[in-house]
Design a binder for this molecule. Structure first.
Ligand code: FES
Length: 156
């Protein structure tokens, strides 16, 4: 589980205190937390549950139902390395390992500065360009690990 930063916890407490004891305030509270922090920290679920008097399981259900809510911080840039068959056979794993090394995070994690999130995905429909990665909406193909690192570094 990601550890919540102290500053984020303070913000979360401040937001929640505004909604304390109000009926029907769960979704507006979650929206505001998502807007301010960029995610809903799992460590904050108990606090939200206590203050808004809604069971944690229900809050969790709402968060996972609505795609706009996230339980993990998301970087400004989301790097998706395609691990579909064509890309995998063309060295996608080496690209992922190289980026993981460059950014100091594992797949599914976000850098501390919240700049990059690293993910793997199945076929993104550009098999002719394998191996492929996407950074937000931009597609990069015929990559080598070195090129992938270079492209990523330029975003810093
Ligand atoms: S397998 Fe990677 S784009 Fe199709």
């Amino acid at each position: 589980m990601e550890r919540i930063k102290k500053a984020d916890l303070k913000k979360l407490e401040k937001i929640i205190s505004k909604y304390e004891g109000e009926n029907g305030s769960l979704i507006p509270a979650l929206q505001e937390i998502q807007r301010e922090l960029g995610y809903i920290p799992q460590e904050g679920l108990r606090l939200i549950s206590e203050k808004i008097a809604v069971p944690e399981s229900q809050i969790y259900g709402v968060i996972t139902f609505y795609a706009r809510f996230r339980l993990k911080p998301q970087g400004k840039y989301t790097i998706k390395v395609c691990h579909g068959t064509a890309c995998y056979l063309s060295g996608a794993k080496d690209i992922t390992d190289s980026l993981s090394d460059e950014l100091g995070i594992k797949v599914g994690e976000t850098t501390d500065d919240r700049l990059f999130t690293l993910e793997t995905v199945s076929c993104v429909g550009a098999c002719g360009l394998a191996p492929v990665m996407m950074i937000n909406d931009e597609t990069f193909g015929r990559l080598t690990p070195r090129q992938a690192r270079r492209i990523t570094k330029k975003k810093k």
